[in-house]
Design a protein around this ligand. Structure first.
Ligand SMILES: *[C@@H]1O[C@H](CO)[C@@H](O)[C@H](O)[C@H]1NC(C)=O
Ligand SMILES: *[C@@H]1O[C@H](CO)[C@@H](O)[C@H](O)[C@H]1NC(C)=O
Length: 216
């Protein structure tokens, strides 16, 4: 126990003050289930901007490609990513089809993208699978997924998340985000980071970060 405490204390000391949102879940190996709770977790990744600068963010479930994306469900309308480290929401099974088409996008409500200041800061999860989905994609969404299929065939590793984050500027150019409100009524959103927020949010972020590395 002393050893564990010592290691955690050391990690706490090593925690960088500069960071950006690094999504530690869902990962490329996640299989979400329609109608069940999906938990989104994140941590600081040690580079700018700080999570405090990113601040209040919208967290949404998306499908699509790097170039064109469609928001299917709002998972949390406004979460301070520097205070909480996870949100959980029930995925509405009618928003789409089962398959490896989904990703989570964080959109800061205030911070602008440093390279494309006309857009707000964004961060992405890896693409992951949803099962037990009962909806149907329309032609617009199917064409976006098609583009994704042909351009990101290797989107099955943790590297995909990093690539997706790097590609966020490209995504800005023609993003088709919409329809948050249309599905938000069917989602139940809770902030499960509250406990850790009260206790030691920095430590929690570090632990999540370490878990992210171990399971990557
Ligand atoms: C296709 O579905 C998406 C997601 O539900 C929706 O935002 C979009 O408006 C739809 N497009 C058309 C042309 O119906
Ligand atoms: C994407 O590619 C996979 C594997 O090649 C295929 O099974 C799936 O039907 C494709 N999805 C779309 C929407 O084209």
């Amino acid at each position: 126990m002393f050893a564990l405490t010592a290691i955690l204390s050391l990690l706490l000391l090593l925690q960088p003050s500069l960071a950006k949102v690094y999504c530690t879940g869902p990962t490329a190996s996640t299989v979400g289930v329609g109608g069940q709770v999906l938990t989104v977790t994140w941590a600081d990744d040690g580079s700018s901007p700080t999570v405090a600068e990113i601040g209040q963010s919208s967290i949404d479930l998306y499908v699509g490609s790097v170039d064109k994306q469609t928001a299917l469900q709002n998972l949390a309308a406004s979460v301070d990513v520097s205070k909480a480290s996870s949100v959980s929401a029930t995925v509405n099974p009618t928003i789409g089809e089962s398959g490896n088409y989904y990703f989570v996008k964080f959109t800061s409500l205030s911070l602008k993208d440093s390279t494309n200041p006309q857009y707000n800061y964004e961060a992405f999860s890896a693409k992951f699978q949803m099962s037990e989905m009962s909806g149907q994609f329309n032609a617009t969404v199917l064409s976006e997924i098609d583009a994704s299929n042909s351009t990101t065939t290797a989107a099955t590793s943790g590297a995909a998340a990093v690539a997706a984050v790097g590609a966020s500027s490209a995504a800005h150019a023609s993003s088709t985000s919409s329809s948050h409100a249309s599905v938000s009524t069917s989602s139940k959103t809770t902030t499960s980071g509250a406990l850790s927020t009260v206790a030691v949010p920095g430590l929690m972020a570090v632990v999540l970060g370490v878990a992210g590395i171990l399971f990557a």
